[in-house]
Design a protein around this ligand. Structure first.
Ligand code: GAP
Length: 430
């Protein structure tokens, strides 16, 4: 099994990620996050929000709608430009996006392709009882537009000084036709995006470079090895319709070096388009009385690729165990509590007491199945940083062993100091 197969299998077996609509044979490019995957995803989300919203003075967080006025997507250029070219193999009838093909022959059977056909990446739906042109709406293909159309609201409510950013985490939807490598390319996925508004006179190149550094620091904080990252600037023909400069943050996945995140200089394109289409003044007025439409730098982070990279970077096979060396803040469970044996009521009772007292403050699990060694390995495989074992000595002096996932070393700690001990280890940023 290669690394991807191992990760996919671990994800399914241990409840991180299941194939979407599994009992119906699956729905291509859709996935459901299980209990542990949901915890991991929420932890990534919370760390991102802490770093880019709570710890900064210049970024405001919002949660905009998935359904926006259809005119938003006309003004943004997505209705006209969010297209890809589809080709179909004449032999095996598999379909591909032309821009993702490396050769002119079908990668699955070597067959010839049909002529390219344009298709829209937008998911269409209808608002109201009639399904006609007047009721068409789109599921958002990027979270960014909810930010642009709330620019005026944020300025009016908070009077921020430039430069400032608006951040959002939420679902985006794309009509992807190429089968993806696990969660790498999905029909629906979360984005974590910031639109960072700057004066048209600002040194945008410098601000762009600063954001590139911020993205790198975030990835290193997640535990990603620097040598796995590349920063690749898009060529003239590759850039999105709104961008004057785009750099892809790429990662060396087991299936090749591919995009992880994007960083774009969108200029004043979006605000200008929305001003023209809505008729609402989207100028910014400085304290000195200067009026202009701000420009924008956009760091865009995809959640599934972050999730995948975190798993790839933390997966290790050792002689006797598989261990996910997740940063403790990201781990689905911070602590697992065990009674040394499962047939001594007084040990189980004490272990349950400790479990319940920790559970109100931390994500904690309880396990009394099998022998203690197996329980440790089972927690290692899902990345639980600390295991607490209640043994006979606990009943005498109210101390427990705390076993560290990475070193496998154990130390004895008083039960009444446990919570403080774990909270200290979890304090601070990633
Ligand atoms: N607002 C800018 C924007 O949406 P993008 O490069 O199209 O730019 C940004 O997407 C990020 O969203 C990508 O770098 C990637 O992490 C993620 N992403 C895009 N399409 C995706 C898909 N179909 N499945 C999973 N993640 C995707």
């Amino acid at each position: 099994m290669d690394l991807m197969e191992k990760i996919v299998s671990l994800c399914k077996r241990r409840g991180f990620v299941y194939p979407g609509s599994d009992i119906y044979g699956g729905l291509a490019n859709t996935w459901d996050y299980g209990p542990l995957g949901t915890e991991l995803k929420n932890n990534i989300r919370d760390c991102w929000w802490k770093k880019f919203v709570h710890e900064r003075e210049d970024i405001y967080g919002i949660d905009g709608g998935i359904l926006l006025h259809p005119k938003v997507w006309e003004a943004s250029g997505h209705v006209a430009n969010f297209n890809d070219t589809l080709v179909e193999c004449k032999q095996c009838h598999h379909r591909f996006r032309l821009d993702q093909l490396e050769s002119k022959k079908c990668p699955d059977c070597g067959g010839e392709f049909t002529e390219g056909k344009k298709f829209s990446g937008l998911f269409k739906t209808f608002i109201g009882p009639t399904e006609d042109k007047t009721s068409v709406a789109y599921l958002r293909p990027e979270t960014a537009q909810a930010i642009f159309i709330n620019f005026r609201n944020i300025v009016d409510s908070f009077h921020p000084k430039l430069p400032f950013g608006i951040a959002q985490i939420g679902k985006a939807f794309r009509n992807e036709i190429t089968a993806g490598n696990f969660i790498f390319r999905d029909l629906e996925f979360e984005q974590m995006e910031i639109e960072y508004f700057i004066s048209p006179d600002a040194d945008w190149q410098k601000i762009f470079t600063n954001w590139q550094e911020e993205m790198k620091k975030w990835l290193l904080g997640l535990g990603v090895e620097e040598k796995k990252l590349r920063f690749r600037e898009h060529g003239e023909n590759e850039r999105s319709h709104y961008s004057k400069k785009t750099v892809d943050v790429e990662y060396d996945y087991p299936f090749g070096i591919k995009e992880l995140y994007g960083l774009a200089y969108r200029t004043d394109y979006d605000l200008r388009q929305h001003q023209a289409a809505s008729g609402v003044d989207l100028n910014y007025l400085t304290e000195e009385g200067k009026k202009f439409i701000p420009h924008v730098i956009e760091p865009s982070f995809g959640m599934p690729r972050t999730f995948l990279v975190v798993l790839l970077e933390s997966y290790f096979e050792e002689e006797k165990r598989v261990v996910l060396r997740l940063k403790p803040k990201l781990a689905p469970y911070k602590v697992a509590v065990f009674p040394l044996v499962a047939n001594r009521q007084e040990l189980i009772k004490k272990a349950r007491e400790i479990f319940l007292s920790l559970k109100s403050e931390l994500a904690v699990t309880f396990d009394d199945r099998g022998n203690i060694g197996k329980r440790y390995y089972s927690q290692d495989e899902i990345g639980t940083p600390w295991c607490v074992t209640v043994d006979y000595q606990t009943l005498e002096d109210d101390t427990v062993t705390v076993r560290d996932r990475d070193t496998t070393k154990q130390e004895r700690l008083p039960v009444d100091k446990l919570l403080e001990y774990f909270q200290n280890l979890l304090r601070g940023s990633l």
